[in-house]
Design a protein around this ligand. Structure first.
Ligand SMILES: NC(=O)c1ccc[n+]([C@@H]2O[C@H](COP(=O)([O-])OP(=O)(O)OC[C@H]3O[C@@H](n4cnc5c(N)ncnc54)[C@H](O)[C@@H]3O)[C@@H](O)[C@H]2O)c1
Ligand SMILES: [Fe+2]
Length: 388
């Protein structure tokens, strides 16, 4: 079967690379940029630096800094209005996955009419979006290189996932220096999100040779650097490997897919407003245990990529070593269980069946190497809520 692999045509990577933003915007023919970001990123001073750099290339900027975590349809519509009223001709997005996803939504709406929900799912967008330069500040989502955006419909409590090459940024600028300010709990959560992307891309039924190669490299980089990045935020080597690992994991899952963990984590985000990385972290171990019999050799490869010594072990023990390695990592960076993140047990029980329905409807669980029924998913949610 033919396979397709799509990423941005230009990816600039390494410390100091964000200073290329003006040059790149000029190359794309821009004269006025809409900067899409959130208030935290403005406060850190990064937006100011981007504005100064754009001005050096004779590009004016208007700042839209109202993006909320898990961006909403309202965020997209507000940004779209500002882009049009300011006569912008390029979007520069700086921030975590929320800012970049919102920017992708705005870019897409500029060239595709109609209701946003019509474009939900895979390959439903007919026209390329406006030019977009994406600059991540978290080593997590990989959104700067993915053809994916996740926008929340707050009326229906649904995180809408759209995937199409029409959403790809024109340029990704991956600068690890911008991630140095992420505090330990955020470093851990976004890092586990990136690790989950790589693991799910590798075990997905929709993988291909290119994504397999990238996923294993990302697992190696992230599992080798996450502890140091978490313990010592100023460790530039660890930050560099995490940023690169997260981007490579993004390239992998965007062209393979995510699977059961992401399918189940999105409803937790939609109902309880839990950070996306954290909602993956609280599911990852138990869902891996559920999935392992569907792809034991793939899990054995993951164990090796994480540095586990598996020679001489039986095939099933080699696969199990992946779970042991992930468990050690998430414990070392103090990731909690689902029952420990402030969700009321009664509120959880009230929506658990609907969350399982929403998880299946998202399509991601169908890519899992072992299929999960609605009953399996409910049981998994409940197991994750209890102590291990
Ligand atoms: N498009 C994709 O491919 C893709 C993949 C996975 C997840 N997502 C989506 O991305 C969103 C999550 O993105 P995220 O995890 O990057 O978090 P985020 O963008 O929601 O940011 C979380 C918080 O961290 C702060 N922050 C960001 N960078 C910082 C830095 N360098 N220093 C200090 N604080 C910083 C932000 O100001 C914000 O308050 C979710 O909505 C998720 O669904 C998208
Ligand atoms: Fe994710």
């Amino acid at each position: 079967m033919p396979t397709t692999f799509s990423i941005p045509s230009t990816i600039i990577n390494g410390p100091g690379s964000f200073e290329k933003v003006g040059e790149q915007a000029k190359r794309l023919g821009a004269s006025k940029a809409l900067i899409v970001t959130d208030p935290g990123i403005v406060e850190l001073g990064y937006v100011n630096q981007i504005v100064k750099n754009l001005i050096k290339s004779n590009i004016n900027a208007s700042i839209f800094s109202n993006v909320t975590p898990d961006p909403t349809l309202q965020n997209v519509n507000d940004g779209l209005k500002q882009y049009l009223s300011e006569d912008a001709d390029i979007i520069v997005s700086i921030g975590g996955g929320s800012s970049i996803d919102c920017a992708k939504g705005i870019a897409m709406k500029l060239s595709n009419d109609g209701d946003f929900a019509e474009y939900m799912g895979v390959d439903k967008i007919p026209n390329n979006g406006a030019p977009l330069i994406a600059i991540p500040t978290t080593a997590g989502t990989g959104s700067e290189v993915t053809k994916v955006t996740v926008i929340t419909d707050t009326e229906r409590n649904v995180k809408m996932m759209l995937s199409s090459a029409c959403l790809l940024p024109s340029v990704a600028i991956v600068d690890p220096l911008l991630s140095i300010t992420t505090p330990p709990h955020l470093t851990a959560a976004v890092g586990v999100d990136a690790l989950t992307h790589a693991i799910e891309a590798y075990i997905s039924k929709r993988g291909q040779s290119i994504t397999d190669t990238l996923a294993l490299k990302a697992i190696q980089l992230i599992s080798g650097a996450l502890r140091q990045a978490w313990a010592d935020g100023e460790n530039i080597t660890a930050r560099r490997e995490m940023m690169l690992g997260a981007s490579i994991a993004g390239m992998a899952f965007s062209n393979s897919s995510v699977a059961l963990v992401h399918g189940m984590s999105r409803p937790i985000g939609a109902y309880f407003h839990i950070h996306h990385g954290l909602s993956n972290a609280v599911l990852l171990l138990d869902v891996m245990e559920f999935s392992i019999s569907g792809a034991p050799r793939r899990f054995a490869d993951i164990a090796k990529a994480m540095g586990e010594k598996t020679d001489g072990l039986s095939p099933m023990k080699q696969a199990d070593a992946a779970i042991t390695a992930v468990e050690r990592l998430v414990n070392d960076i103090q990731m909690p269980r689902l029952g420990e993140i402030g969700i009321d047990k009664n509120d959880f029980d009230d929506v658990v069946e609907q969350m399982a329905v929403d998880a299946i409807a998202s399509g991601s669980p169908a890519n899992n190497p072992k299929q999960a029924t609605q009953k399996d998913i409910i049981q998994l949610y409940k197991r994750c809520f209890s102590p291990r």
